[in-house]
Design a binder for this molecule. Sequence first.
Ligand code: NAP
Ligand code: MG
Length: 349
Amino acid sequence: MKTIEIGGHQETIIERSDFPIEKCHEILKDEVTAILGYGPQGRGQGLNMRDQGFRVIIGIRKGRSWDKAVADGWQEGVNLFEVEEAAKRGTILQYLLSDAGQISSWPTVKANLEPGNALYFSHGFGIVFNEDTQIVPPDNVDVMLVAPKGSGLTVRTHFEAGRGINSSWAVHQDATGRAKERCIATAFAIGSGHLFETTFADETHSDLTGERCVLMGLIQGAFLAQYEVLRENGHSPSEAFNETIEEALQSLYPLVSEKGMDWMYSNCSTTAQRGALDWAPRFRDALKPVVAECYQKVISGEEAKIAIESNSKSDYREKLELELEAVNNQEMWQAGRVLRALRPENLVE
Ligand code: NAP
Ligand code: MG
């Protein structure tokens, strides 16, 4: 356990050494963890728990995810079941269906929650927006959250590489008096690095803002704005793509991740340094009102309503594929495909 102080704010970080895996086994020794859903998170968390010797079963409908689970060695009737059967067998239910799937499966899951069970989420959405989702757990179960701060894919690949993804944790409801230890033991069982505490509301609001802004929406918008300006001014696709995306993701951002922004500034040319220092505040001023508007729409529930409504439509996937195809067809990402294939490591000798 480490107390850190940043900007006058104190936080407690829980590290792996505070909860060695034997201690997690001791805490979870009587539990059957049922992972409901086998998307990126269900798969990553489930395989990591299985590899670490925890009693874990998967609950999923027949189809795409089911087939993936079979390919990963889960066996029907042994540790692979339909959602209802797994919910019945589990004492800790890890609710890792898509947010829309959580809404439609809730009556089934709720009916199979017994007193003293724990309901676990990796995102607070269902609970925080319960006016829209109708997900209101009974009082006699623990309700907890472990939210890995990375994609489910990295939850798995980091674990395999002996590393871990940092996760936030929260207890929303402590019916048994053991919610915290169940939550933290599970967090390390799924392969987390270190843990910081949050609430369901804070996790949800920051997560929705992050993905709409700097993690995905804003960055795609920023990439496109620069790529288009360069192309409109006669620069070649190679030049526009390399100067916008390739250099950012392959070279500069990993260095910023490792060493911080001041290091980046002090290790580029003085010309780059002067320009970046001068332009950064202008971008901050231009973007901050948009981020603030987005945050307001997240906390008002407007963004949740939009997501639930569109994701619950039966033709959601087809519509989404058309939208993604349009992104894929942007010249910027066409350039990306062509140029990625030319990276030395991707060339077949
Ligand atoms: P996802 O892609 O959102 O969910 C896919 C899973 O849900 C699939 O196994 C899918 O099965 C199943 N599913 C959807 N609707 C269903 C229904 N009506 N009945 C039964 N199963 C249904 O998965 P995810 O990205 O792993 O996310 C799971 C949870 O983790 C979410 O709460 C998410 O917010 C949270 N989380 C995700 C990430 C991330 O990076 N992805 C990071 C942190 C937290 P089919 O294949 O059969 O459709
Ligand atoms: Mg997230």
